[in-house]
Structure formats: structure tokens, C-alpha cells
Design a protein around this ligand. Structure first.
Ligand SMILES: CC(C)(COP(=O)(O)OP(=O)(O)OC[C@H]1O[C@@H](n2cnc3c(N)ncnc32)[C@H](O)[C@@H]1OP(=O)(O)O)[C@@H](O)C(=O)NCCC(=O)NCCS
Length: 128
């Protein structure tokens, strides 16, 4: 955030004043409560080198994570859940193929200078 503030000061206020509150409101509504994401396993980042995509590697990574969750002791049903946000149609198709359910779509607005929007889907999967 420090680097961003130096490079493009308007991005800091975009992130803090627009994106974070709008994102919080969107995921709370999509998932049904703010607690859902706090108790679930929220996946941050997954990536497969382009040369190795569409060979089942991403699916294997998700399955591995699911096994870790399923075998974690003393988890309540509310914690046997995965959720995440994805910004591409390909990502959405991938998560759906892994059994995630599309919970909602937000059109993220850029700052006024760029005046664009980009989609962000919220998806979730129950493991209990
Ligand atoms: C998304 C990503 C992790 C998927 O990994 P992968 O190893 O290619 O996925 P898999 O081979 O396990 O795909 C399983 C299925 O998901 C679906 N799928 C995966 N990528 C897709 C794409 N780009 N478009 C449409 N469907 C896709 C397909 O149904 C696929 O089965 P198929 O190949 O038999 O048709 C990988 O494409 C990637 O790293 N993308 C760039 C980074 C990214 O977008 N990460 C997600 C950010 S939230």
C-alpha cells in the first residue's frame, strides 16, 4: 500500500473508501452474513503456469485443500466451507467445475479517471 500511495495516490483512497466497503457489503450479502467468510476458508490465490493449464492441476490443488479442511480436527460445519472471489469467466467456470456455487456478481467500478467496470464473482462450497 505504501508503494501504491507513492506511485498512484488516488488508488489508496479508491481502495480504502470505495473498494473495501463495497466489497465487504457485496460478500456479506452474497454469502448471507459477515460471519460466513470469517468462519470459512477464504482462498486468496491459485495459479497454474499457462503451459500446464487444463491438465487437472488446479482441480488437484483444490481437492488437496478440501482434504486438509475435511481432516482438520474440531471444525464446526460453518468452518467446513470454502469461499473466494474471482474476476474472470474462466475462473468462474473452473470453480464451478470443482463444485463451487455462484453466490453473486459485483461490477467493480474503477476510479473516475478510468471510468471502467470489471466483474467479480463470489463463489462458495460446502464440505460438511
Ligand atoms: C484457474 C486455473 C487455476 C485453473 O487451473 P487448471 O489446472 O487449468 O484447471 P483444471 O485443468 O483443473 O480445470 C478443470 C476444469 O475447469 C474448467 N476450466 C478451467 N480453466 C478454464 C477456463 N480458462 N475457461 C473455461 N473453463 C475452464 C474446465 O471445465 C476444466 O475441465 P476441462 O479442461 O476438462 O474442460 C488456471 O487457469 C490459472 O492459473 N489461471 C490464471 C490465474 C487465475 O485466474 N487464477 C484464479 C484467480 S481467482
Amino acid at each position: 500500500m505504501e508503494n501504491l500511495a507513492e506511485k498512484e495516490p488516488s488508488m489508496t483512497s479508491w481502495w480504502m473508501e470505495y473498494f473495501l466497503p463495497a466489497y465487504g457489503e457485496f460478500t456479506t450479502k452474497a454469502l448471507g452474513s459477515a460471519e460466513y467468510k470469517l468462519k470459512a476458508w477464504h482462498l486468496q490465490l491459485i495459479g497454474v503456469f499457462p503451459a500446464f493449464q487444463r491438465r487437472g492441476v488446479g482441480t488437484a490443488l483444490i481437492k488437496h485443500t478440501e482434504e486438509i479442511i475435511k481432516h482438520s480436527p474440531d471444525l464446526s460445519d460453518e468452518s467446513k466451507r470454502m469461499c473466494l472471489e474471482t474476476e474472470s469467466e474462466g475462473g468462474l467456470a473452473f470453480y464451478k467445475s470443482c463444485g463451487f456455487v455462484d453466490k453473486g456478481l459485483m461490477q467493480v467500478k474503477s476510479d473516475e479517471k478510468m471510468n471502467k467496470t470489471a466483474p467479480m464473482w463470489c463463489v462458495a462450497k460446502e464440505l460438511s
